[in-house]
Design a protein around this ligand. Structure first.
Ligand code: ATP
Ligand code: MG
Length: 392
């Protein structure tokens, strides 16, 4: 017997019909994230999910994976006990640390057939531990060790260490979005935030290869590989953007270029979104961070969108964004100096207050539909998966 991992998930938003849907997705996502762990079984219980371990499973690695699945609030490696108080006592003995100073018992009984209620289990097991461990003391508010006893229909589980999950909602319960992803700091974090709220993220990256070197493309692939740990099997659309940039460079006013590039990116991303049955676009804009992110320019850029254009980082400072990037591991990739499409043909003095009518006038000189069509035709689609990169 290799024990069990008990998974708890959030209750928020879990009312009525949403609950079974949420649970099904969560179980599916957990199975996916453990798909290379042949010796484990994932089972849905009542209000908890169980991963049954076998002596060939690696609990440490499984815990690490589960800590990247959105929708899990906490988890624990637990030992199963028989359905009676004596068995619980002897399992608790095994679970307790060698040196026990202060402790409490936290029992939860959802199996009402068990003869003692949770308070009675607390008292009985607490008393037993005090007897067996003469140095130990009960401390209900700040115990060093908390012995959790879950008396459930699926069995009785005992553990002393509760590990935090990521929270959020299971990827997939909120539908799909297309995220405009560069290799910078912001857009990976914007994508992460949407995944955390249950959206499956499809990635679109615009590149000027071969005018720019391969590095920025490779960095984007690496970033998607990292983000894929949270959703499994990510689609990355690589859109050639050089022709569009050249056309804008030749025909539009230099200070307006960036906004014109962005409007083209939005148009193309919407076509990808429709194809992928996605319902919104996501960017890493943060208010005032650069010239294209003033309110005026955000509104000029957003004007071409017919879908909601989500900007989850709009109210964050760069430092807050970088901190998150360090935490999820994209920081080192984004920190590498690379040249992407947006560092090509960038004007010295970008316009911070573009005028929509004026922008539209300049767009009349561009063969917008042809350019969009050509770009979409030449898109390359990659499926990026993190499982291959994961340590086995
Ligand atoms: P980031 O750190 O995400 O690159 P940024 O602060 O550098 O953002 P911009 O370069 O103005 O700001 O980009 C704003 C947003 O436009 C990005 O967050 C991203 O969503 C999108 N974007 C920019 N460049 C690209 C690209 N080459 N491919 C796809 N999306 C892009
Ligand atoms: Mg950028």
């Amino acid at each position: 017997m290799g024990g069990n991992i008990i998974i708890h998930y959030g209750e928020i938003g879990l009312k009525g019909k949403n609950r079974p849907f949420f649970e099904r997705k969560l179980v599916e996502n957990i199975k996916r994230s453990l798909s290379d762990q042949k010796f484990t079984k994932v089972k849905k219980g009542y209000g908890r999910i169980l991963v049954e371990l076998n002596d060939r499973s690696s609990p440490k690695q499984i815990v690490q994976r589960l800590q990247q699945v959105f929708g899990i609030t906490n988890l624990a490696v637990a030992t199963k006990a028989k359905n009676d108080m004596d068995a619980i006592k002897s399992v608790a003995q095994e679970v307790l640390p060698k040196r026990l100073k202060t402790f409490r018992v936290t029992a939860r009984r959802s199996n009402k057939n068990f003869p003692l209620d949770s308070q009675e289990v607390n008292e009985e097991l607490g008393g037993y531990i005090l007897e067996k461990r003469p140095g130990a003391k009960v401390n209900l508010s700040h115990p060093e060790t908390n012995i959790y006893v879950e008396i459930a229909g699926e069995g009785v589980f005992v553990y002393s260490e509760k590990l935090p999950g990521l929270g959020g909602l299971p990827v997939g319960v909120s539908g799909r979005v297309v995220s405009l992803l560069s290799s910078g700091f912001d857009s990976p974090i914007a994508s992460y935030r949407l995944m955390k709220r249950g959206a499956r993220v499809v990635f679109a990256h615009f590149h000027s290869y071969p005018q720019t070197d391969k590095r920025s493309l490779e960095n984007v692939q690496k970033i998607v590989g990292l983000l894929d740990q949270y959703q499994s099997k990510s689609k990355l659309f690589l859109v050639p953007f050089l022709d569009i940039q050249k056309e804008i460079y030749a025909k539009a006013a230099a200070p307006d270029r960036v906004v014109l590039y962005r409007r083209m990116m939005i148009r193309i991303s919407e076509i990808i979104a429709r194809q992928e049955r996605a319902e919104a676009l996501v960017t890493g804009d943060s208010l005032g961070q650069v010239a294209s992110q003033t309110l005026t320019n955000m509104s000029t850029i957003g004007e071409v969108a017919t879908m909601p254009l989500l900007r989850p980082l709009v109210g964050l400072d760069k430092e807050e964004i970088m901190q998150k990037a360090r935490q999820i591991g994209t920081y080192d990739i984004s920190a590498q100096p690379d040249e992407d499409c947006c560092s090509l043909f960038v004007p010295k003095n970008p316009n911070t207050k573009t005028n929509i009518a004026d922008i539209k006038k300049q767009e009349e000189k561009l063969a917008i539909n042809d350019l969009v069509e050509k770009a979409v035709e030449s898109v390359k689609i990659e499926v990026v998966t993190s499982l291959n990169n994961k340590k086995r």
